[in-house]
Design a protein around this ligand. Structure first.
Ligand code: FES
Length: 148
């Protein structure tokens, strides 16, 4: 295993063991729930948006290491971003894990540690669960979104 791959795995383990922003949010003004029907795992994303900027973001739920780490890294990355930047990050992340080739990944920062899931189709849904849920929350879609 290359050093880089080991480093990526260590970041994923760390975010799974100690998820950041892992709690509910009483004063959230955007929220959505997501569901992965392949495994039954669920995640809920909360956002506090003021003047088009994400002031706070958190998540709750239960899932595998990849889905928990992805949600944790996502919340860390989103704080202080505009809604437009959040939409772009969603698209870039989605391209990184599902696109035909890895390209234009500037601004992904630590999220790049999840690029390896593209080699494991079943894990792509784990990595994107929180992101599809974020997308629904940004659009105030109060239905539960599914990765299917
Ligand atoms: Fe359920 Fe990964 S196995 S989200």
């Amino acid at each position: 295993m290359s050093d880089l791959r080991e480093l990526y795995q260590e970041v994923i383990f760390d975010h799974n063991r100690k998820p950041r922003n892992f709690h509910g949010m009483a004063n959230a003004n955007h929220a959505a729930e997501g569901y992965n029907p392949l495994c039954g795992d669920k995640v809920k994303i909360y956002l506090k948006v003021d003047n088009g900027v994400i002031g706070d973001v958190s998540f709750e739920g239960s899932g595998c290491a990849i889905s928990t780490a992805s949600a944790s890294l996502m919340t860390e990355t989103l704080k202080g971003r505009t809604l437009l930047e959040a939409e772009k990050l969603f698209e870039t992340f989605h391209t990184m894990v599902t696109g035909p080739e890895v390209a234009h990944l500037e601004n992904l920062g630590k999220l790049e540690v999840l690029c390896g899931v593209r080699e494991f189709p079943a894990r792509v849904k784990c990595a994107t669960l929180a992101w599809h849920t974020l997308h629904a929350a940004l659009h105030d879609d109060h239905h539960t979104v599914s990765t299917e």
